[in-house]
Design a protein around this ligand. Structure first.
Ligand code: ADE
Length: 249
């Protein structure tokens, strides 16, 4: 997969994409990330990319033409048609489901706004969708673009060392992940749940599923409400709830 990013801070985005799992995905040739700076496509000697908004008000807006020229250059850098995403707080909220859909595309073009935003006509003409990473305002789209690159990059086939570790992530089945433990078995901070040491794989699977259901119930009831539970899941969750209530008494 190829991801092009239009940003006033190319170093930031490229650095973020060079580390960890996503950096390794690039080294393995599973992902290519390129950055394009609108200042390089500005029409004047001052490399102007912003202007005051019509109608007044605070802040500056990104100009149409430097962005348009940058997008055109980025599009032309590879043959596959690019799905263009503008990162902004007014977009649809990014979810793991959306990430998985984006990860299947051959090519993304991420547009990062700065200042108060981008001229609306550019967005209407060039952008396929707007995405937000949460209900808060960042000073630019770069952090959000880094989030998209990370979440999408780690899902590229072969990026993770354990083929099934993405399937077990929080949210991949609509639920939060179960708790995890490693050595030592006994520590001043507590002991590892006995079932994980039992070697009984069916019991371990059952415990993990129950913890996953229970955690989602405790921490994100909004997620649980959207998941269809079968009879086994409902039994596991009922048992978890009873144990929680018993512990409170
Ligand atoms: N740019 C500014 N705020 C943002 C947000 N919450 N998500 C994505 N891009 C943004």
């Amino acid at each position: 997969m190829r991801i092009d990013v239009v940003t006033l801070f190319p170093e930031f985005v490229l650095q973020a994409a060079a580390l960890g799992v996503v950096g390794r995905a690039q080294e393995r040739g599973l992902l290519a990330v390129a950055a394009w700076n609108p200042r390089d496509f500005a029409g004047d000697a001052w490399r102007t990319v912003d202007e005051r908004p019509y109608g007044g008000g605070p802040g500056m807006l990104m100009l149409i033409d430097p962005l348009r020229a940058t997008l055109a250059a980025a599009r032309a850098a590879a043959e596959a048609p690019a799905h263009v995403v503008y990162l902004g707080p007014q977009g649809a909220r990014l979810t793991q489901r959306r990430v998985a859909q984006l990860a299947r595309r051959p090519r993304l073009l991420l547009l990062c706004g700065r200042y108060e935003g981008v001229d609306e006509r550019l967005l209407a003409a060039e952008v396929d969708e707007e995405l937000s990473i949460g209900d808060y305002v960042l000073s630019g789209g770069e952090l959000a673009a880094a989030v998209v690159i990370d979440a999408v990059g780690r899902l590229q086939e072969g990026a993770l060392n354990h083929a099934d570790s993405a399937a077990q992530d929080s949210f991949s089945d609509g639920l939060l992940d179960c708790p995890h433990y490693t050595r030592p078995e006994r520590h001043a901070l507590g002991v590892v749940p006995e079932v994980l040491l039992s070697g009984d794989h069916a019991a371990i699977r059952r415990w993990r599923r129950q913890q996953s259901l229970g955690r989602t119930w405790l921490r994100r009831p909004d997620l649980l409400a959207q998941v269809e539970l079968d009879a086994t899941d409902r039994r596991l969750l009922d048992e978890f709830r009873r144990e929680q209530l018993a512990a409170l008494r």
